[in-house]
Design a protein around this ligand. Structure first.
Ligand SMILES: *Cc1c(COP(=O)(O)O)cnc(C)c1O
Length: 357
């Protein structure tokens, strides 16, 4: 059931992982397929080449690992930073807190997540602040409390906002002073870099980030995320952790080779810029619609809005898919690397119609 543009393949606004792989990723996937036998478990030339490519991209000698998904990337990265009695400071809406089924706690053998406050202006934008981190880290020092060890930032955030370079630096500075490591959930890292127009190193190791989970899936890969250790001392034994967790792909070239397609000609950035532009287009198209209450201006590839429930029902009945996961009935409209302007326009037109009594 295609809502408004029956001639074109169906598109949705539920998640950027509804999209398939981008042509460049698909092309390199087939290169890996047609180039004969290759050593397994990451010893292949594609994996070596992409790891080298990521070191060039970040302009530093980082350690790179590939896993199947973001939950594993985050959980295993955090587990490598924590002992079981440690804790991880994160936002109350962090994916690691709300959407990983306890994966970080499980893989770390019990490290606790400590969520920051939820009522401040920053918190409503899905961001941690230096003050929130400071409050949590100084709250208790006794032996009965799990010892804070890591700060985890999501960039872009779960609410489609982006930490500025200065904001990342300020949080990382507190972390350093308090002897915490800094983890970045970068499921939408590309979208954040596209928004900021900075170099990828500016919001990672140059700002004080120790480990980045660099999302490829939502950016146009078939599958796979890169775990990038800027502090290489922290990746000791990480390969064993990946294997034990069932995340070591034997034919790893099919995860890594498509990354070459993302890195080639900065396709990762072009994909992210496009997704961000489609969110801006949708935001502009529905901002004046009576009944639509936009929650905040999009800074990445998501638009958050409250719509009257009958309008939501009407849109769902028309076949549009999107998530309503914010307490209070907020809708999330997510754009991807392949979202067409026509799909945005058709969706916006249907939103307008659904909101018109
Ligand atoms: C999508 C997403 C992930 C990864 O989720 P998986 O389904 O495990 O791949 C991680 N963090 C954020 C913020 C995400 O949106």
């Amino acid at each position: 059931m295609t809502p408004s543009s029956p001639a074109l393949p169906l598109q949705h606004f539920a998640s950027d992982n509804y999209a398939g792989m981008c042509p460049n990723a698909a092309r390199w996937f087939m290169e890996a397929q047609t180039s004969g036998h290759e050593p397994a478990y990451g010893e292949d030339r594609w994996t070596q080449q992409v790891s080298e490519g990521l070191r060039e991209l970040f302009q530093t000698d980082c350690d790179v690992y590939f896993v199947f998904n973001g939950t594993a990337a985050n959980s295993l990265a955090l587990a490598s930073l924590c002992q079981s009695y440690h804790s991880v400071i994160c936002s109350p809406v962090a994916h690691i807190e709300t959407d990983e089924c306890g994966g970080p706690e499980f893989f770390s053998n019990g490290s606790k997540l400590l969520v920051g406050e939820s009522e401040s202006a920053s918190a409503r934008l899905g961001k941690l602040t230096p003050d929130a981190v400071e409050t949590l880290v100084t709250k208790r020092h006794d032996i009965h409390y799990p010892k804070p060890k890591v700060v985890s930032l999501t960039q872009a955030t779960e609410l489609g906002t982006v930490y500025s370079v200065e904001e990342v630096r300020a949080i990382a500075a507190i972390a350093k002073r308090r002897h915490l490591k800094v983890h970045m959930d970068g499921a939408r890292f590309a979208n954040a870099v596209a928004t900021l127009g900075c170099h990828p190193s500016d919001i990672t190791w140059r700002a004080g980030v120790d480990v980045l989970c660099f999302g490829g899936t939502k950016n146009g890969l078939p599958v796979g995320e890169a775990v990038v250790f800027f502090d290489r001392a922290l990746s000791e034994d990480f390969a064993w952790r990946v294997k034990q967790a069932g995340q070591l792909a034997s034919k790893m070239r099919f995860i890594s080779a498509p990354w070459l397609g993302l890195l080639e000609n900065d396709t990762w950035l072009a994909n992210a810029r496009h997704a961000n532009a489609m969110a801006a287009r949708l935001h502009a198209a529905i901002r004046e619609v009576p009944g639509v209450e936009l929650l905040h201006a999009p800074q990445a590839n998501a638009v958050f809005a409250r719509l009257p429930q009958p309008a939501v029902n009407a849109l769902h009945a028309k076949g549009w898919r999107f998530y309503q996961f914010i307490a209070g009935g907020g809708c999330r409209f997510m754009c991807s690397w392949d979202t067409r302007p026509e799909s945005v326009d058709a969706f916006a037109a249907d939103i307008r119609q659904a909101c018109t009594p």
